[in-house]
Design a protein. Structure first.
Lengths: 335, 305
């Protein structure tokens, strides 16, 4: 197991350097001048310009700049945002819980609906339930989620007036974030109606963000179950007279779990990409919107460090999935 | 001499016969999937619509009817029969814009897939065939591309290249390309030590011939399926970029761009938002249905069952 882990880690190290190099290079390739962007509308005198270039180190060779950047990142310094003049890491930490909350709820929805739907579809293969589920799943998989979000707003916020259009909680509720998760913070605040408000703000964005992972998980669960259900040991278990529930739940599902877990792990990237669109539509103050705004404002420091942090998160999750994979499937460890 | 040419044409006829039989067999398995057949018909209709857009669209896509701003669809109160799906905020006919928009979406899908497919195959073959440091270098670069969320990477690439349709296509192709490289590499590695490859190597085939003529044709099936999936993905991502203002720029009637400009009217004039998104959904769904059908028809495991 340890050897397997070390092998995985060894593969990741060059990728991590590659990612940091890519983020560094992308930002140097962006058109426009970071100092002029920093100076804003007022402009800057040539002397002050040279001074700033020197201060930020942009006059040094790229190799030196990159190594300096690596050194800073390794010590936890992700730079200062050009637009807000605040540390990037601090901004990230303030905004990340919003995205994490949204993505977690979306993933829970996707798993709780997707896995049972996929299992039932596989067990009742060819039935109307199977066909309907797979039809809906393929539609969800094909969904332009930014449009889907707008439709939900038209219907639930515009027509029915049930849910708010944007934000995380009603403006009348204001309290210091303790956990950063609005659902938990609103509960412990003890303010009547606060939790309800948080839920009504979260429900549409999380449905939108859950749509594609839900569809993928349902489809993958079904095909993994179908594969396992045709195996000899399942037939043996049936022949032994075990109840269908036991056969499906214990013998089949546990073995189908390996591809399903992998699929769920792969959804993290999908969730991050989806968060960009979802947060834009619902004005959700998370890192997806943060990145979009930074790209729009040409805030190089935020783009560079944001890219790096997000890619590292996706990679860390993939590593965890690999480890989980080895835990569920002992055959992997030996290889 | 005559003998040889007779023999050649006979083998040519034989090959044509085998190809026809293979095609018939393929259609046999493909048509068993009703959804895939429907998807294919919808897709064919979309292609025809895109080709003949100027002939079938009732108005010009950019023509502004100043006296009919935000007209609802024809069946709603206040709708006009000349604007079947209504008009947008500057009085352009939505149906005509959607019909012309099909050209952009299908073109985007095609260009992105061709670019991603070709570059992915080249990189995948190089990595799989040569192995060693070539393989390590190429695959680490692919890993790096894949560790960024696709839309985010596409956004940054477009920011570097400048917003616009062509740059959006290029960015999406770069983002989708590693899937092809990985698939090709895996297939090449599975094939390259088979007897038939060894046989042609001993017969003196060059590296290039071994890679392109001997090995590649046997890796085609998974690539076709991936190409279909990437086609629909490319349309979705391009629409998303357009929606975020980084793809095709107004007044181009690209569906995602149409949604972006329609956003502010969602509560006043829902039809401006509804139809472009529906067009994206139908197109992507049709292509994904085709993709599912192709996967089933090309997968030897499915044929047995």
């Amino acid at each position: 197991m340890l050897r397997y882990l070390l092998h995985k880690l060894a593969l990741i190290i060059p990728t991590v350097f590659g990612i940091s190099l890519a983020a560094f290079a992308f930002v140097r390739l962006l058109p426009g001048d970071p100092i002029l962007a920093l100076a804003g509308e007022r402009g800057v005198s040539p002397e002050r310009y040279n001074e700033l270039i020197h201060q930020f180190g942009y006059d040094r060779p790229y190799v030196v700049q990159y190594l300096e950047y690596l050194r800073q990142v390794l010590t936890g310094d992700f730079g200062i945002s050009i637009a807000t003049k605040r540390p990037v890491l601090g901004e990230f930490q303030a905004l990340f819980p919003a995205t994490l909350e949204l993505a977690t709820v979306a993933l829970i929805i996707a798993v709780l609906i997707g896995i049972p739907a996929g299992i039932f579809a596989a067990v009742k293969r060819g039935s109307w339930f199977d066909q309907a589920t797979m039809g809906v799943a393929l539609t969800g998989y094909s969904m332009p989620i930014f449009w889907w979000g707008l439709l939900l707003i038209i219907f639930f916020s515009g027509y029915l007036g049930w849910t708010p259009v944007s934000g995380r909680i009603g403006l009348q509720y204001f309290f210091r974030p303790t956990t950063g998760f609005m659902l938990i913070d609103s509960l412990i605040s003890g303010r009547p109606g606060a939790f309800r408000s948080a839920v009504s703000h979260l429900i549409l964005p999380s449905i939108v963000l859950a749509t594609i992972p839900l569809a993928v998980i349902a489809r993958q669960t079904r095909s993994a179950m179908l594969e396992v259900l045709s195996e000899d040991y399942v037939r043996t278990a049936r022949a032994k007279g075990l109840s269908p529930r036991r056969v499906v739940g214990l013998h089949a599902f546990r073995n189908a779990l390996i591809p399903i877990v992998t699929t769920i792990g792969l959804q993290v990237g999908t969730l991050m990409a989806g968060a960009i669109l979802t947060e834009t539509i619902f004005s959700w103050p998370g890192i997806g919107k943060w990145m979009i705004d930074a790209i729009g404002k040409r805030d190089y420091v935020v783009v560079q460090s944001g890219l790096l942090i997000i890619a590292l998160i996706v990679m860390a999750v993939n590593l965890i999935v690999d480890v989980l994979y080895a835990v569920i499937n002992p055959r992997i460890r030996v290889q | 001499m005559t003998d040889q040419s007779a023999g050649e044409s006979a083998s040519g006829a034989l090959a044509a016969g085998t190809r026809r039989r293979a095609l018939a067999e393929f259609w046999h398995y493909y048509s068993a999937n009703t959804g895939a057949v429907i998807g294919l018909f919808v897709f064919a209709a979309l292609v025809l619509m895109a080709i003949f857009a100027p002939l079938i669209s009732p108005h010009l896509p950019q023509e502004q009817f100043r006296d009919s701003l935000l007209t609802p669809p024809a069946w709603q109160e206040g709708g006009k029969p000349m604007f079947l799906l209504g008009t947008d905020a500057v009085g352009r006919d939505i149906l005509s814009r959607l019909i012309h928009g099909a050209r952009y979406s299908l073109f985007i899908g095609l260009v992105v897939v061709v670019f991603a497919l070709v570059s992915g195959i080249v990189l995948g073959i190089l990595a799989g065939y040569f192995g060693g440091w070539v393989d390590a270098l190429i695959m680490r670069v692919m890993d790096i591309i894949l560790s960024f969320p696709s839309l985010l990477l596409a956004l940054v690439l477009v920011a570097i290249l400048g917003p616009g349709l062509f740059n959006a296509m290029l960015a999406i192709a770069i983002v989708l390309q590693p899937h092809f490289a990985r698939l090709t590499r895996a297939a090449v590695m599975a094939e390259k030590n088979r007897e038939y490859v060894t046989a042609s190597r001993i017969a003196g085939a060059s590296h290039l011939r071994l890679m392109l003529r001997t090995i590649l044709p046997n890796c085609v099936a998974p690539l076709i399926v991936q190409a279909t999936l990437s086609f629909s993905n490319a349309i979705l991502e391009a629409a998303a970029l357009g929606f975020l203002g980084m793809g095709a720029q107004p007044p181009i009637p690209e569906w995602g761009t149409m949604l972006a400009t329609a956003r502010e009217f969602i509560l006043r004039a829902p039809w401006v938002v509804t139809f472009p998104g529906l067009a994206i959904l139908i197109t992507v769904l049709a292509i994904n249905l085709v993709g599912d059908g192709l996967r089933d028809a090309l997968d030897p495991k499915m044929k047995r069952s």
